[in-house]
Design a protein around this ligand. Structure first.
Ligand SMILES: [Zn+2]
Length: 348
């Protein structure tokens, strides 16, 4: 099918489209001193030169709070990563601008720069304090992943398989305050119970920045069809995650990679651009074109599909969608318009 596609046409569509990626973990590699955003690296998946090649106009940068900073050092870790975010912005003003409101999406694209959205992955950063949330908003926070895989004071993560917990009382207050301030509530990594609780509380559309379809790939980090329908009814958007373990059922006995190298070896050759398209196909059939976006999980996923080795390869997805017969207008929604719509409704 893809053999007949006009690659030039796909490139042109991709270049013209607003392209938004809802989730990468790049700030951690920068914080560790491994590399900078400014220079093209042979390591990892995302830097400014590769974002430009990949045609990305707006990138969400997550401050992921790793387990070793929990339970009580989350805010300190968030502060370190937010400092990295602002230092990179200051050092790269010619190529990068902060995104604080929806109008900044188009402004970044118009200026030929990457718009950077500050996000947090792990509500440990707030502790038990809404004042911290308000201060994080003042620092530019516009998207909050309530939990990672563990339980925190807001809710249970998907890794808490015994407790079946949803939002705590404090978690309810956090969702309400995010609605009031204009911060996206991100349900990726949230327990199923938490997902339903958030939908019951939030008066604004929600996001699942980096989660796929559980009907296509049976993984707890993906959303069930019922959840996808509810997210669509709520007006939200879910970002397609390129991590191989969220794309296909790997069926590897005892699938627990001992190291990142081990994981890469196990998944090598098992996923491609078409694996992402299969999730999009299913979601389109389920809820139509208004609720799917991108959330690559680059620099967080360890391994990547064939043909999407790093962010510079992103135009290959537009080519695959065009080859699959999707209308250009629908492809533009997937690439970024849906994320923009939700951002406008929630953040303004
Ligand atoms: Zn994640």
């Amino acid at each position: 099918m893809s053999a007949n596609v006009d690659t030039a046409k796909a490139r042109e569509l991709h270049r013209r489209a607003l392209v938004v990626d809802g989730h990468v973990d790049t700030l951690l590699s920068i914080a560790s001193g491994e590399r900078t955003l400014a220079e093209r690296s042979t390591k990892g998946h995302v830097d400014l030169p590769r974002l430009a090649e990949g045609g990305v106009d707006v990138q969400f940068f997550a401050c992921y709070i790793e387990p070793q900073h929990k339970p009580d050092r989350g805010l300190r870790r968030a502060m370190q990563l937010i400092d990295v975010f602002h230092r990179e912005l200051a050092a790269n003003q010619d190529r990068m601008v902060p995104v604080l409101k929806a109008a900044d999406f188009e402004a970044a694209k118009g200026a030929g720069k990457v718009g950077a959205v500050l996000a947090i992955e792990g509500g440990e950063a707030l502790g038990d304090d809404l004042a911290a949330l308000r201060n994080l908003h003042r620092l530019g926070l516009r998207s909050l992943g309530l939990v990672w895989n563990q339980r925190n004071l807001i809710a249970d993560g998907v890794g808490e398989v015994r407790t079946h917990g949803g939002l705590t009382n404090f978690g309810v207050e956090v969702v309400k305050e995010c609605n009031r301030l204009g911060i996206l509530v991100d349900v990726s990594h949230l327990s199923d119970e938490g997902f339903w609780d958030v939908l019951g509380v939030s008066t604004k559309p929600i996001v699942a920045t980096h989660s796929n379809s559980r009907a296509v790939c049976e993984h707890r980090r993906n959303l069930t069809d019922d959840q996808v329908r509810a997210l669509a009814k709520n007006g939200g958007v879910m970002g397609m995650n390129f991590a191989p373990s969220f794309l296909v059922n790997l069926d590897t006995p005892g699938f627990e990679a001992k190291s990142e190298q081990d994981y890469r070896r196990m998944v090598k050759g098992k996923t491609s651009v078409d694996s992402v398209v299969r999730h999009i196909d299913h979601l389109m059939e389920l809820v139509g074109p208004d609720h799917v976006g991108l959330g690559s999980d680059f620099d967080g996923s360890g391994a990547t599909p064939d043909g999407l080795e790093d962010v510079s390869r992103l135009p290959a997805l537009s080519e695959a969608l065009l080859a699959r017969g999707y209308d250009e207008e629908v492809i533009e929604k997937i690439l970024g318009r849906n994320f923009l719509r939700v951002f406008r409704e929630v953040v303004g």
